[in-house]
Design a protein around this ligand. Structure first.
Ligand SMILES: Cc1cc2nc3c(=O)[nH]c(=O)nc-3n(C[C@H](O)[C@H](O)[C@H](O)COP(=O)(O)O)c2cc1C
Length: 202
């Protein structure tokens, strides 16, 4: 494999007191122990974009908004993504959908996988997110259910009380690292790195 892939762990909720910090810190600590990839946390709190208000859709022109440009550059600098997401009203949080709307080709030909938490382990949100991303969405995901979440929020428990989740995290990390390294190598031999700005077919 060429160079170590860089993988972003994207935090997708921004409200004060969010649960997101708990699974993110847990996953980041496991990921840091690996020697086959570099990981960094990308927090949507650091990218406070307005609701999409560009004059042109992004398949016609890059965004004008400064924060959106910075967000796009950060995402473009990474080789793969782990989205940490809650489920808001049976889908992804609006702040994440807005952030996705501000992306175009930055995640093309790169892999994405998902850690969700909530009533169904955010399975519905993850299903929607996998569909909407232009990335290659992987299938080995991590789901933290309501029992575990409530145990941590109200029962004084921590991620360490649910050791079986470590196995799911390892499997997810094995997959994303393989795909991120393999697709990075594939992209480097691709002469047409930047696609023409054309709308997606679906
Ligand atoms: C607007 C809103 C909608 C929600 N909808 C759902 C839902 O559809 N399914 C679910 O399991 N939990 C739902 N919840 C509960 C969340 O799982 C829980 O509040 C979780 O902590 C949210 O993630 P966060 O703390 O990182 O913001 C919802 C919470 C909010 C704030």
């Amino acid at each position: 494999m060429q160079k170590r892939p860089k993988i972003g762990i994207v935090m997708s909720t921004t409200r004060p007191g969010r649960f997101a910090d708990i699974p993110t810190d847990w996953l980041f600590n496991i990921a840091k122990g690996r020697n086959d990839a570099d990981f960094e946390i990308v927090d949507l709190r650091d990218y406070p974009m307005p609701f999409f208000e560009e004059k042109a859709p992004l398949h016609q022109a890059p965004p004008q908004n400064e924060v959106a440009l910075r967000w796009g550059k950060k995402i473009a600098s990474l080789d793969g993504y782990i989205f940490i997401t809650a489920e808001y009203n049976h889908s992804i949080p609006a702040v994440l959908k807005n952030a996705v709307d501000y992306l175009h080709s930055e995640i093309r030909r790169k892999p994405a996988t998902f850690l969700g938490y909530g009533g169904t382990g955010a399975a519905r949100a993850i299903g929607h997110l996998g569909e909407m991303l232009l990335a290659a969405s992987l299938k080995h995901t991590v789901h933290i259910g309501m029992t575990e979440m409530m145990g941590m929020l109200r029962g004084g428990k921590s991620m360490a009380d649910y050791p079986y989740l470590d196995d799911y995290a390892k499997r997810m990390l094995d997959e994303i690292v393989w795909w991120a390294g393999t697709l990075k190598e594939g992209r480097s031999s691709d002469e047409v790195a930047e696609p023409a700005r054309v709308p997606r077919s679906r």
